[in-house]
Structure formats: structure tokens, C-alpha cells
Design a protein around this ligand. Structure first.
Ligand code: NAI
Length: 293
């Protein structure tokens, strides 16, 4: 397989930006597209600020900061992905939308281009099912925030060619990440194993055993997690994590262990999504977390 030099990223939200950051820092050319042109502009601005902050703190050189920004090309149409060696999709978590995007991409990119999805919960085999070359489709599941969370899951769908996953493993290492290979099962590894803490945390709150911030505190301070389940839900945002919880539950044929909670359903419906909306389980005035009393 040819070396991946140019990466296309579709979806310039939290995950797309993070992937753009580590790719550009590793020397790849980055083509960044989003249906919302403002998201692309905001992502570029955000990357610029991030690199200048990192350079200011001496974490990267001024030259690397400038060169990384130079390597990011904002794109105004999907067609601009035509010269990518790999396209990573980080759009809305919906199978129908992802499938349609992959079909559109196949008509644009070269036959050798790898198509990868950052999906948290959807089946890679199902996303690839609508493609003419399903062998080039794989999962590339990064975690939020991408530059700090150094693990990436590489998911082989039932039709994925082994060399495709191998190429993604090599690229992950080049970007400073540790790749882990997983089979195409709902939730893969992390979102399957992580269900336990999330769902039991929600049950504790629902059954009023303890308020959510105490559950967070105990998981952080006593169980050694970097964040408690509610802090993590706020970081991920409920428009991403609630559908993921529903998707994993249904894919396991309504297995009670994975049953989502009405607590997140009502907050998702009401737009209390987390940090991105300034209000989730916690409030975030000027980006600072506050515990509701
Ligand atoms: P986000 O909501 O921050 O960004 C998604 C972006 O995709 C938006 O800017 C939106 O305008 C754009 N978009 C939607 N439909 C599109 C389309 N058809 N074509 C082009 N752009 C489109 O979402 P986030 O958090 O970046 O998540 C994206 C994907 O990554 C989802 O599949 C999610 O499950 C997955 N993911 C999210 C994680 C998280 O913690 N937020 C962690 C790991 C994976």
C-alpha cells in the first residue's frame, strides 16, 4: 500500500479538528471539509490558536506551528477530497448519512484511497455495504480530545482488506498514537467496556443513591478515572453520546445491561448537551465547570 501523504477529513467538529491537528503536526497534508462552511473556518481558527498556544508554551517549535497551519487546506466542496490518500469521516452519528457520504466519496477519490469512519458505535460492515469497494473501508476511532487521548481503535469490517487496517496502524504510530485493532462489534472495545461505568452511574443518579457530581467525584478520586461518567458525558456531548448509547443497546438486541437512561434522553431532547452548549450536567460559564447546588 502507498504511503499516506494526504488525509481528507470530512466533518470539522470536535473530532475532525483533533484529527486534523495530529495529522498536520505529523507532516500530512490535510484537506478539511464540512457541510457547514462556518465549521471549517472555526476549525482553522481553533487550530491556529492551539498551535500558537503550544508554541508559546515551548511544547512545539514556532516552525512546526507555522508549517502545521500551512498544511491544512479548508475545502468548500466534497469534490476537493479527490487527491486524498485517506479520507476520515467524522460527521453526524447516523448510518444512513455516513453510508451516503461514503458512496459519494467513492465517486470522487482514487481507487487506492482508503475510506475510514470515526464512528463510535455504528457497524463498519454496514457503512461499507453501500460501497463498490467495501474492502477499502475501515473504522478509525479516535477519542476526544484527540491530541491527548493517545489510543485509536482500528476496526476491520467483515470485508475490510487486512492491508487497509495495516496502513491505518502505521499512520496512527506516525501521528504519535497507539493503535489497537478491534473486530466490528457494537461499541468496539472502549465504548463497549465503558458502558458499565456510564450506565451504572446514570442508574445511581436515577435511583437517587447519590447526586451525579458525587458519583463523578468518587469515580475520579477513589476509582482512579480521569473523569467521572457525567463529566465525560458533558465532554462528549449528548447529541453524540445519547444516540451512541441507543445504538449499542439496539445492536445487542435490547440487552438490558446496555439500556440507556431517560436522564440523558430528556437532556438530549432539551438541548442540554454539555460543554458545547454551555450547559449539561454542569454549567460552563466562560468554559469553567460549575457544580449545580
Ligand atoms: P460534532 O457535532 O462536533 O461535529 C460534526 C460535524 O460534522 C459538524 O460540524 C457538522 O456540520 C458536520 N456534518 C454533519 N453532517 C455532515 C455531512 N453529511 N457532510 C459533511 N459534514 C457534516 O461531532 P463530533 O463530536 O466531532 O463527532 C463526529 C463523529 O465522531 C461521530 O460519528 C461521533 O460518534 C464520533 N466520535 C465522537 C467522539 C466525541 O467524544 N465527541 C469520540 C469518538 C468518536
Amino acid at each position: 500500500m502507498n504511503e499516506i501523504k494526504t488525509i481528507g477529513i470530512v466533518g470539522a467538529g470536535a473530532m475532525g479538528r483533533g484529527i486534523a491537528q495530529i495529522a498536520a503536526q505529523a507532516g500530512l497534508e490535510v484537506l478539511l471539509f464540512d457541510v457547514n462552511a462556518q465549521a471549517v473556518a472555526a476549525a482553522r481558527e481553533n487550530l491556529q490558536q492551539m498551535w500558537s498556544k503550544l508554541a508559546g508554551k515551548g511544547k512545539i517549535s514556532d516552525e512546526l506551528a507555522a508549517a502545521s497551519l500551512e498544511r491544512v487546506t479548508p475545502c468548500s466542496q466534497l469534490q476537493d477530497m479527490s487527491r486524498a490518500d485517506l479520507v476520515v469521516e467524522a460527521i453526524v452519528e447516523r448510518l444512513d448519512v455516513k453510508r451516503e457520504l461514503f458512496q459519494q466519496l467513492e465517486a470522487i477519490v482514487a481507487p487506492s484511497c482508503i475510506l475510514a469512519s470515526n464512528t463510535s458505535s455504528l457497524s463498519i460492515t454496514a457503512i461499507a455495504a453501500g460501497c463498490k469497494q467495501p474492502g477499502r473501508v475501515a473504522g478509525y476511532h479516535f477519542f476526544n480530545p484527540v491530541p491527548l487521548m493517545k489510543v485509536v481503535e482500528i476496526i476491520d469490517g467483515l470485508r475490510t482488506e487486512p492491508e487497509v487496517g495495516d496502513a491505518l496502524m502505521t499512520l496512527a504510530r506516525r501521528m504519535g498514537h497507539t493503535p489497537v485493532r478491534a473486530k466490528d462489534m457494537p461499541g468496539f472495545i472502549v465504548n463497549h467496556a465503558g458502558r458499565g461505568m456510564n450506565i451504572e452511574g446514570l442508574r445511581l443518579a436515577q435511583e437517587a443513591v447519590a447526586p451525579f457530581y458525587q458519583v463523578d467525584a468518587i469515580m475520579r478520586e477513589q476509582a482512579g478515572f480521569r473523569m467521572g461518567p457525567f463529566e465525560l458525558l458533558d465532554l462528549t456531548a449528548l447529541d453524540v453520546s445519547h444516540p451512541v448509547m441507543e445504538s449499542i443497546y439496539h445492536q445487542f438486541y435490547d440487552e438490558p445491561r446496555f439500556r440507556p437512561s431517560p436522564i440523558t434522553a430528556v437532556r438530549f431532547a432539551g438541548g442540554l448537551l454539555g460543554r458545547k452548549t454551555g450547559e449539561g450536567f454542569y454549567r460552563y460559564p466562560e468554559g469553567k465547570q460549575q457544580v449545580p447546588q
